[in-house]
Design a protein around this ligand. Structure first.
Ligand code: HH2
Length: 281
């Protein structure tokens, strides 16, 4: 059974692993750009992900890969129009990956129940107000700078402490704007203004983010740091590294995994979960 929104928002307490499948309705996403721009393949791909065990389908209409250009709210809505409501009928929770309140409002009308805002409410002053009026979940992600320039010489003195402090501040700001803490999810933003050593340190230090008391989401799937650690330059070759990153994150307390490869991730989580449950660490 796919998780309900309540299951997802309680996943840090119950220990449930939530799998979020990625659906990029974009021409230029780093791994699957162009593959799902038109409705039929996009809906079919969402169906396949739900059948493989995805609890959530995270739909994005703007690529945020390093160096990407912005996409207006109107363009995002045009890309989503014939896809989102069909995906919302598949039985999984729909999450909208956008930083624009107008796009989120359109998606909520069409059945989305989570707003995945990689700017954590900093891009659009209307985002927290909209989320506060609706009974939705909201992902607050850490990003240093903007996608266009974020990989130009990122620097931290202590990446885990700084990302934790950022997320604590965004949780407080969201709450002050009327969003109950119980509806918030935090994410260290793997690959968003981070070098290899920052990404690895953040995965290793996820326990620090767990102490914020909210579910932790991570999205390592097929990202560049896997290619930097291994010889997997081609995205299609990064599944083993993606699974290893998910299991390492899970062991450290992440409860929501944002991934491209659902069947493989569900299988890996089931096996690792059975072993973890059966014996002491
Ligand atoms: N990563 C990407 C996009 N959205 N949202 C959250 N919460 N966490 C992430 O790590 C995250 C995210 C980038 O990956 P992808 O969607 O595959 O690519 P693109 O941004 O090029 O569409």
């Amino acid at each position: 059974m796919p998780a309900t929104l309540e299951d997802i928002l309680q996943s840090h307490r119950t220990g449930r692993a939530v799998v979020m499948g990625i659906l990029n309705v974009t021409p230029d996403s780093f791994s699957d750009g162009g593959a799902f721009l038109s409705p039929a393949p996009a809906i079919a791909h969402a169906q396949t992900m739900v059948a493989a065990g995805a609890d959530v389908i995270d739909i994005g209409a703007e690529s945020t890969r390093p160096g990407s250009d912005r996409v207006t709210a109107e363009q995002q809505i045009a890309r989503l129009r014939d896809i989102l409501s069909a995906v919302a009928k598949l039985g999984a929770i729909v999450s909208i990956d956008t930083t624009r309140a107008a796009v989120a409002a359109f998606a909520l009308q069409a059945g989305a129940m989570i707003i995945n805002d990689i700017s954590a409410g900093r891009d659009d002053p209307g985002m927290f107000a909209l989320a506060g009026e609706s009974r939705v979940g909201v992902v607050l992600m850490h990003m240093a700078g903007q996608p266009k320039t974020m990989q130009i010489d990122p620097h931290y003195d202590d990446v885990v402490t700084e990302v934790r402090a950022f997320l604590a501040e965004r949780l407080a700001t969201a709450e002050a704007a009327g969003l109950p803490r119980e509806r918030l999810i935090v994410d260290p933003g793997i690959g968003f203004g981070k070098r290899l050593e920052h990404n690895v340190a953040l995965l290793a230090g996820l326990g620090e983010l767990v102490t914020l008391g909210r579910p932790v989401l991570v999205g390592p799937s097929r990202k560049r740091f896997i290619g930097e650690l291994t010889s997997a330059q081609d995205m299609a070759d990064r599944l083993p590294g993606s699974l290893a990153a998910c299991l390492a994150a899970r062991r450290r307390g992440a409860s929501i995994l944002r991934v491209h490869d659902i069947a493989a991730t569900v299988q890996a989580l089931k096996v690792a979960g059975a072993v973890d449950q059966a014996g002491p660490n």
